[in-house]
Ligand binder design. Structure first.
Ligand code: SF4
Length: 325
């Protein structure tokens, strides 16, 4: 397996977030470390992007705004390097009042901020009052920063509940229908990995691990670079397979199977090979309740290896992904 070129992706500047969103692919949250990308690592990321043919990138997390100085440095550095920043993601929780938000946005605009992806969803509304989201949208208008609302389709739903308080997904279900949670998946691009596996588990039938292993071959998704991420720790996250990683310096060349045995097995044979290895070498016992997808099974096996068997490997990073929460 190798990643010879990069198409479209982002840099995860921190895994820490104020929110514990139910769909978060990276298990970000307030329990994650405060670490934020440092200049040296950022330079490495930008050089890797340039060398592998990627001319622009987005800045994501975690919540990038948790370290305003770090975000400013990131934007300025990208600008100086000549790397286009498509957008910066935010959950908008930092909004206090209009004047202050406009001032903060103008300072970031000077550093290179042109477009802000503002999260708008029932999952975010469990941690961010809609009043704040609206405040960020208004501040962007005044600061003349383009907004990438993600996703506007939920604006009307959020308007139906008190904008000053927080609302769990259960409340949306009570107010807007019992199938509300599962219908989110038709309205909002959600990758079923990380915390989304738990939040949306009941929307899918469960199958036995053996059946999933039998029906799924090589994980060619690992090669996809359509929405890749590099992180602050020097990891490249292959495909959307959170919790799996390739060291940034190993991109562009064939991966050493001795250093990446799990990735190699998944890429060549699929999750069945991981199941076999988990069982034979580590005593993994599949959940008798079954799994909703191959990625669900894959995540469970990897979690067992890291949490129960203390396996430490360059391909099972960042460890914070497996820390629960
Ligand atoms: S089974 Fe594992 S390696 Fe394969 S696509 Fe899912 S998360 Fe990625």
């Amino acid at each position: 397996m190798q990643i010879p070129a990069l198409r479209s992706g982002g840099i995860i500047v921190t895994y820490r977030c104020t929110n514990r969103c139910g769909h978060c692919l990276y298990n970000s949250g307030p329990h994650r470390s405060r670490d934020y990308i440092e200049q040296q690592e950022l330079l490495g990321c930008l050089e890797t992007l340039r060398d592998l043919g990627c001319a622009s990138v987005h800045i994501g997390g975690g919540e990038p705004f948790l370290n305003r100085a770090g975000l400013k440095m990131t934007l300025q550095f990208c600008q100086t390097f000549g790397m286009n920043v498509d957008y910066v993601e935010t959950n908008g929780v930092w909004h206090c009042n209009h004047e202050q938000s406009v001032r903060q946005l103008l300072a970031l605009k000077e550093a290179g901020l042109r477009r802000l992806l503002v999260s708008i969803s029932p999952m975010h509304n469990a941690c961010v009052p809609f009043r704040k989201t609206k405040g960020v949208l208004a501040a962007c208008r005044e600061a003349r920063i383009e907004v990438f609302p993600w996703a506007m389709d939920f604006y009307e739903d959020l308007e139906k509940l008190d904008e000053n308080t927080l609302h769990e997904l259960d409340e949306f279900e009570e107010r807007l229908g019992p199938d509300y949670r599962c219908r989110i998946l038709e309205r909002y691009w959600t990758h079923l990995g990380g915390r989304a596996l738990k939040t949306f588990r009941d929307c899918f039938p469960a199958k036995a691990a053996e059946e999933i292993a039998r029906d799924n071959g090589s994980c060619l998704e690992l090669e996809s670079t359509d929405h890749f991420h590099l992180d602050l720790h020097g990891n490249y996250i292959p495909g959307l397979c959170s919790g799996l990683s390739i060291r940034r310096q190993d991109l562009g060349r064939t991966l050493d199977p001795d250093l990446y045995p799990l990735l190699t097995a998944l890429h060549e044979q699929g999750v069945g090979a991981l199941l076999e290895l988990g069982r034979s070498e580590f005593g993994f016992v599949p959940n008798p309740q079954g799994y909703i997808s191959k990625c669900d099974l894959c995540t469970d096996i990897r979690g067992y290896l890291v949490r129960v068997k203390d396996v430490r490997a360059v391909e099972l990073q960042p460890l914070g992904f497996y820390a629960g929460g």
